[in-house]
Unconditional design. Structure first.
Length: 254
């Protein structure tokens, strides 16, 4: 049940219809977040290898970015845009939350999305050939691990919100399992560099979540989406830096 809850929460793909009145699926879904990320990364990698046969690198990378948006239903991107609109409000946290709850997108949301997409596209294009496969695989894995941490570590801005539901059904006991799964995947692809990358991602997500929480009085579903989007960009940039520093991986499909 936990897998299918995570599957339907993080992707557009349907799952089996199961009655979960007590929210047991939420309670067991967190450890599956990195696994869902790995599946998404595997799809991106497969398409990258396919597109590389007959498309130029720029168009290939653009199609991968569009594919990721489609596979996630643009849910995380929408949350990022709403978060940008909320941060444009200079009054109270309640007013920011009210703006974020509005289904309409403002100028700050559009500008933020354009900057985010530009950075993500440039980062995918810039991935070193010997680390491209690893970057495409680890980006969704570690980003979804990071949001699992943010859900449990920071309070919810809305009572009865998504964060509250996860805390009530899950608790910290699931976080070590989620972290070990993500760590095994990262170390498997990048050896000792993988855990270092995870620590860097943890620092980034802590700072992002702390900043968001201080402005909103907690986190919301929109900010979870923003955290995933920002961490994906940060992970891609980190992989580019690792390549520039001479790092490599056994998974070289170039």
């Amino acid at each position: 049940m936990g897998f299918w809850t995570a599957w339907q929460f993080l992707t557009i793909f349907p799952g089996p219809s199961t009655r979960d009145e007590k929210g047991r699926g939420l309670g067991s879904s967190l450890p599956w977040f990195p696994i869902i990320g790995l599946i998404l990364g595997g799809i991106l990698l497969g398409l990258d290898q396919l597109f590389d046969l007959f498309l130029p690198p720029f168009l290939n990378s653009a199609l991968l970015l569009v594919t990721l948006v489609i596979l996630t239903g643009a849910l995380h991107l929408d949350g990022f845009m709403d978060t940008c609109d909320g941060f444009a409000v200079k009054s109270s946290a309640a007013d920011r939350l009210k703006v974020m709850a509005d289904s309409r997108v403002g100028g700050f949301g559009v500008a933020g999305a354009c900057c985010l997409i530009l950075l993500k596209f440039a980062s995918i294009v810039s991935l070193p050939e010997d680390l491209r496969a690893v970057g495409l695989l680890l980006m969704p894995v570690l980003a979804r691990w990071s949001v699992a941490y943010a859900i449990l570590a920071f309070s919810s801005a809305r009572k009865g919100g998504l964060g509250d539901l996860f805390k009530e059904r899950t608790g910290w006991m699931m976080m070590p399992i989620t972290t070990l799964i993500a760590l095994a995947i990262a170390a498997g692809f990048l050896t000792w560099v993988g855990p270092v990358l995870m620590v860097s991602v943890w620092i980034i997500v802590f700072l992002i979540a702390k900043g968001l929480s201080s402005r909103l009085g907690g986190l919301t579903g929109d900010t979870y989406g923003a955290i995933i989007e920002l961490c994906e960009v940060a992970i891609l940039i980190a992989v580019v830096i690792i390549g520039e520093a001479g790092g490599t991986s056994w998974l070289d499909l170039s």
